[in-house]
Design a binder for this molecule. Structure first.
Ligand SMILES: NC(=O)c1ccc[n+]([C@@H]2O[C@H](COP(=O)([O-])OP(=O)(O)OC[C@H]3O[C@@H](n4cnc5c(N)ncnc54)[C@H](O)[C@@H]3O)[C@@H](O)[C@H]2O)c1
Length: 279
């Protein structure tokens, strides 16, 4: 599922491959930690280890940004933070709305990490009239009747869906019709969106299922028993490195292909392209 098919080109218009874009947040997180410790420069090997990425891949990724580092010195941490932030569009403020302020929506609203990364929670929206006006994370919840006006008034382009699965498509349609062009979907359902709208999905149960798969593999290795229908040699070869490669495959964002309602055709074999970043 991590390598979900996508019908969009694998390279962005500015020539940065999607796989590189998917790794930029990992570099940024590692660089931000270095910056907070006032570390001025970092070698590609150190940064690669901190980001959990192969160092040759890191150098290739940074070459797309026009950043080559200085031999014997490494990369300037502050400059790279700026460069990557700019590339990801984080040097500007992004107003975000969260729709569905239940357990998850409220937890997301209370998460302080969005603001520090340039995402301002502009509004919290819920269909339950009993929720209207209630403060969550210091923001009064607004009713879904106001959704279109909220999107327009705040110039919102990113919407987060944390409603029950049955409501998600309808919420998505309203968000898109109101002008939202990027959706982060937490509801366990596949959304259909028109061309030009990006959908990223977060599903922690899928991540847990993948971990369960690897746990099962590890248990099989410990007993040394080849799986059914598998030769002992094949079992010995297909051990931890292969498993790690699967777990760390960067995840490509998914976007509409062509025409309205083409979401299903753009997704991986399991119909999902999750937004959870590799560890
Ligand atoms: N992706 C993940 O890893 C993950 C983890 C936990 C929960 N979830 C999913 O997130 C969603 C929310 O879970 P929860 O535990 O917060 O549920 P919840 O029942 O506590 O909250 C759902 C909220 O959505 C509101 N709502 C319902 N229909 C709506 C509509 N049409 N428009 C706006 N708001 C509407 C409800 O009034 C309620 O406040 C569920 O779909 C759940 O399966 C996903």
């Amino acid at each position: 599922m991590a390598t979900g098919r996508t019908h969009r080109p694998a390279t962005r218009s500015r020539g940065i491959p999607e796989a590189t874009v998917a790794r930029l947040p990992l570099y940024l997180r590692a660089l931000t930690a270095l910056s907070e410790r006032s570390v001025p420069t970092v070698s590609s090997e150190e940064l690669a280890a901190a980001a959990g990425v192969n160092s040759a891949k890191l150098r290739k990724d940074f070459s797309y940004l026009g950043s080559y580092g200085t031999r014997g010195v490494g990369y300037d941490v502050e400059y790279l933070v700026y460069q990557i932030s700019r590339e990801l569009g984080l040097t500007q403020d992004w107003p975000v709305v969260i729709v569905g302020i239940g357990n998850l929506g409220a937890a997301l609203a209370n998460y302080g990490g969005f603001a520090s990364r340039g995402f301002r929670v502009a509004a919290l929206i819920d269909a339950d009239p009993a929720m209207t006006g209630k403060p969550v994370a210091g923001i009064a919840v607004q009713h879904t009747d106001e959704l279109e006006k909220i999107i327009t008034d705040n110039g919102v382009s990113i919407g987060v869906i944390a409603t029950p699965a049955g409501a998600a498509q309808q919420v998505c349609d309203r968000l898109v019709a109101a002008g939202v062009t990027s959706i982060l979907n937490f509801a366990p359902t596949v959304l259909s969106v028109p061309d030009g709208v990006d959908v990223r999905k977060v599903d922690l149960s899928i991540e847990l299922q993948i971990l369960a798969f690897h746990e099962q593999r590890k248990a099989g290795e410990e007993t040394g028993a080849p799986e059914e229908g598998e030769s002992a040699q094949a079992a010995a070869q297909d051990t931890v490195p292969g498993a790690a490669a699967v777990a760390q495959t960067p995840l490509a964002p998914h976007r509409a292909a062509s025409g309205a309602g083409k979401d299903n055709g753009r997704q991986g074999p399991d119909g999902d392209v999750p937004a959870v970043m590799p560890a």
